[in-house]
Design a protein around this ligand. Structure first.
Ligand code: NAP
Length: 274
């Protein structure tokens, strides 16, 4: 699989996300995801399925070194007494001594970015993660994180799909040397039903979901794909045997909408860049 490399990290360009999946769904779909070729898995403390993911990966007999595991520290754990302990709990659940990438899940508004980064750097120095990153940060926060962190910020994981391409954030991330990981690539189910994406896909024997994921990869982003359906797992990874041309990319750009953002929880989300 194609990878995105930055600051010594080699991140498989397509990851398998497990948000909004029950333990049973995780344990059923992970063998299919491994079989299809996924090695990059994305979870979070708040998803409450780190233990199921750990069990499923162990049951499949995967070599830890072959995997790229990401988890995210939840905002309630942004304090010196809770942060490292919460990461230890995540590692226990994931049955590993370290994750590959540890993210601050949301900037929230109660703890300064400087304090969040210091706690993240402390657990990195303790060997609990190979790389660190952030999620849902706006441009100012991302720049502040990159400036303050003693270890490189290897991603900002944010919502991106054809209805919300996030041009300003993407340009700023590039300038700061921070790769983007795109979540909600299916725009919560809208992308697979999009007629324009279906038409473009028909030229290549691909469906709209595959065009949406390929559109993310064409821009150099790391893309996350979630499905609880083993048939769709195979579909979603079959995006490395075709390219979108300039005309396709221009047509997809026309789908961007000012109200394209789906995820913006009050108290967690920052002031977004326009
Ligand atoms: N950092 C953050 O704050 C944050 C927030 C949200 C998500 N994420 C990460 O990003 C990952 C992906 O986001 P998401 O799952 O929330 O949203 P998404 O990628 O937009 O997916 C939404 C829905 O699309 C469906 N789908 C997937 N592949 C499909 C296909 N080929 N055809 C038709 N439908 C398809 C899935 O339903 P089925 O399961 O029924 O197939 C899924 O529930 C998450 O699992 C998580 O790891 C991070």
């Amino acid at each position: 699989m194609l990878s995105v490399t930055a600051h010594g990290a080699t991140i498989p360009a397509l990851g398998f996300g497990v948000f909004r999946m029950s333990d049973a769904e995780v344990e059923r779909v992970i063998p299919a995801a491994l079989e299809a070729g996924f090695r990059h898995f994305d979870t979070a403390q708040i998803y409450q399925n780190e233990a199921a993911l750990g069990r499923a990966l162990e049951a499949a007999g995967t070599q830890r070194d072959d995997l790229f595991l990401t988890t995210k520290v939840w905002v309630d754990n942004y304090s010196v007494d809770k942060f490292a302990a919460s990461v230890d709990e995540s590692l226990d659940k994931l049955k590993t001594g370290h994750v590959d990438l540890l993210l601050l899940h949301w900037p929230a508004d109660k703890v300064s970015i400087a304090d969040q980064i210091e706690m993240l750097n402390t657990v990195k120095a303790a060997g609990k993660t190979r790389f660190v990153g952030v999620s849902n940060q706006n441009i100012a926060q991302m720049r502040e994180s990159a400036r303050l962190s003693s270890t490189p910020i290897v991603t900002n994981q944010v919502e991106i799909h054809p209805y919300l391409p996030q041009h300003a954030l993407v340009a700023a991330a590039k300038a700061s040397g921070v790769p983007i990981t795109a979540y909600y690539g299916m725009a919560d189910g809208a992308v697979p039903k999009d007629q324009l994406l279906q038409q473009i896909g028909a030229k290549y024997g691909k469906n709209a979901a595959q065009v949406g994921l390929r559109w993310l990869i064409e821009q150099g982003h790391i893309a996350l794909s979630k499905t609880a359906n083993p048939e769709r797992v195979k579909e979603n990874i079959a995006i490395f045997d075709f390219n979108l041309d300039e005309a396709d990319m221009a047509a997809i750009a026309s789908l961007a909408r000012p109200d394209g953002r789906i995820v913006s929880p009050p108290g967690l989300a920052p002031e977004w860049d326009v």
